[in-house]
Design a protein around this ligand. Structure first.
Ligand code: ADP
Length: 507
């Protein structure tokens, strides 16, 4: 797939995915707004219903328990006053006669005066009735502070004094109504006087600031009378009101799920496309490298064979053996190469299994190194070994262990552009064989160390095309070590050389 086409495809895909996500979000917002409106309507209806209920109640039903007693006393005083006024109205000649006046017509006046004239029995009785009512009323008045205008207002006008309200009753009325109207979030309820900024009641003191700034603010009224312009019933709900209907809830969850799914699919598809493209590039690289890697030794071998047939060197043993060595070297390289590719693809097969037998690691190292000696000598290099005796038994697949050593040593020489100094050591650490292959080559940066064991990964060498490879050698080594339940690590500094450390478990 062409890079430009892939970018175009990714962009279109991104636009489509983003548009879908935007549409989903817009729909979610619209449905949230609708839910908000629905929520507000439900709250308003609930409060209206609460006020209607208050209207239907008697004042003493919605004032607090403590105040109820006083309200009842006021009612009784009022009753007594009315009765006294009735007596006065029905016996006005007794109460208003200038000569026989007992006291002024005001029933509030408690100064009882003696009659100025003789009274009839009937009049005596009225007067005694009046006196009884009066003393009963005065007794009640002395018990409570009758001059308190608030109570007079409460009793006479049914207007509401915030201090006298039965808050628990009001609170539970509101909560019940909210539930009936489908609002299943617990509100904080308060009675707020805005002029003095006083909260007479607050169901949760932690939310008092929210209550003061809440949009859910209702003028307080009962029995058709608005109590005080500055007195409000206030409600606040935890942050954003939760969607009311379960349908809306389901839709939101579904929308969020779809957004996550679309985003995940988008990322996944784009990643797959780019990986596919990378693999395509790798495949092309692989074929190019492979052709080159095989063409070069074939050409070299062909040339060496031609030279060997040359009559002029037929008796020159040294030159002949040189050419034979070249043929041998190239042949070995091709063998390792093809073996690695073959084994690596075999390992990818699920049914692959190792053929384990007792393997002498030191023997394998010695055999492998023999085939490299000439090559190192030709590069004026040096090969050092330190093979310690191993007491445990290593059960391994000989072919793969041998290929593994070949690959590591081949890399060590390949990536040491100057005179290679290769060191191979083995030793035993408890239940492990430790094999180390070090060189003084170009080294590997920390970033590249993380990737060198990945299939087809090759360190970018810029313009240098002299070191050919496929990027499968180390991946193969990694797989061999893993199949033997071992461990592999690399220690390297750029420009200083590298050491590959392999641990293989002993039986
Ligand atoms: P390649 O065919 O490229 O050698 P490998 O899988 O063997 O593939 O190695 C992967 C990469 O690791 C190489 O491209 C090389 O850059 C780096 N590498 C491997 N061995 C060494 C080493 N001994 N010194 C420096 N770099 C190395």
């Amino acid at each position: 797939m062409k890079r430009k086409f892939l970018i175009l495809l990714s962009t279109l895909f991104a636009i489509a995915a983003i548009t879908l996500v935007i549409i989903q979000i817009a729909q979610m917002q619209a449905s949230a707004k609708m839910s908000d409106n629905l929520f507000n309507i439900s709250v308003n209806n609930s409060i209206d219903e609460v006020f209607t209920q208050l209207d239907q109640m008697k004042v003493e039903d919605y004032v607090s328990q403590k105040e109820r007693y006083k309200v009842l006393q006021f009612r009784r005083i009022d009753n007594l006053n009315e009765k006294m006024q009735d007596l006065i109205r029905n016996n006005s000649e007794l109460f208003y006669d200038e000569h026989r006046i007992i006291f002024g017509i005001s029933t509030q006046d408690s100064a009882l005066q003696l009659p100025k004239a003789n009274l009839t029995d009937q009049e005596e009785m009225v007067l005694s009735q009046y006196n009884t009512l009066l003393s009963a009323r005065n007794r009640l008045m002395s018990k409570i502070n009758y001059s308190n205008e608030q109570y007079k207002k409460t009793v006479n006008n049914h207007s509401i004094d915030p201090t006298t309200l039965n808050f628990p009753l009001l609170d539970s009325l509101i909560r019940e109504e909210l539930i009936i109207n489908g609002v299943d979030i617990e509100p904080t309820i308060g009675i707020l006087e805005t002029e003095m900024d006083t909260l007479y009641y607050c169901s949760n003191v932690n939310d008092s600031t929210e209550l003061r700034n809440t949009p859910y603010k209702y003028t307080f009224h009962a029995n058709g009378i608005v109590s005080d312009e500055n007195l409000y019933l206030v409600l606040s709900f935890p942050s954003s009101p939760i969607i009311l209907s379960s349908d809306a809830n389901k839709n939101t969850v579904l929308s969020i799920f779809m957004i996550v799914l679309i985003s995940a699919l988008f990322v996944f598809s784009i990643r797959t496309l780019w990986t596919q493209r990378k693999l395509d590039e790798m495949k092309t690289d692989f074929i190019n490298n492979m052709t080159h890697e095989i063409k070069t030794p074939i050409a070299t071998i062909g040339l060496a064979c031609e030279m060997l047939q040359d009559n002029t060197i037929i008796n020159d043993q040294e030159t002949r053996s040189n050419f034979v060595n070249i043929i041998n070297d190239e042949n070995r390289r091709m063998r390792v190469l093809i073996e690695t590719i073959l084994q690596s693809s075999k390992m990818a097969n699920k049914n692959f299994s190792l053929s384990l037998k007792e393997v002498d690691i030191n023997q394998e190292v010695t055999t492998a190194l023999k085939s490299f000696q000439l090559m190192i000598k030709n590069k004026n290099g040096m090969l050092e070994t330190d093979l310690q005796p191993i007491s445990g038994i290593l059960y391994a697949d000989q072919l793969h262990i041998s290929n593994m050593i070949h690959n590591l040593v081949d890399n060590a020489i390949k990536y040491s552009p100057n005179e290679p100094h290769i060191k191979v050591t083995t030793n035993q650490e408890k239940e492990w064989i430790v094999l180390k292959v070090s060189d003084n080559g170009i080294g590997i940066s920390k970033e590249n160390q993380k990737h060198i064991f990945e299939k087809f990964y090759r360190v970018h060498t810029g313009d240098r095309h002299d070191v050919k490879g496929f990027g499968i050698g180390l991946n193969y080594v990694y797989q061999v070590v893993a199949l033997h339940k071992g461990k592999i690590a690399v220690e390297s500094e750029v420009g200083q050389g590298s050491t590959f450390i392999i641990h293989l478990p002993l039986a």
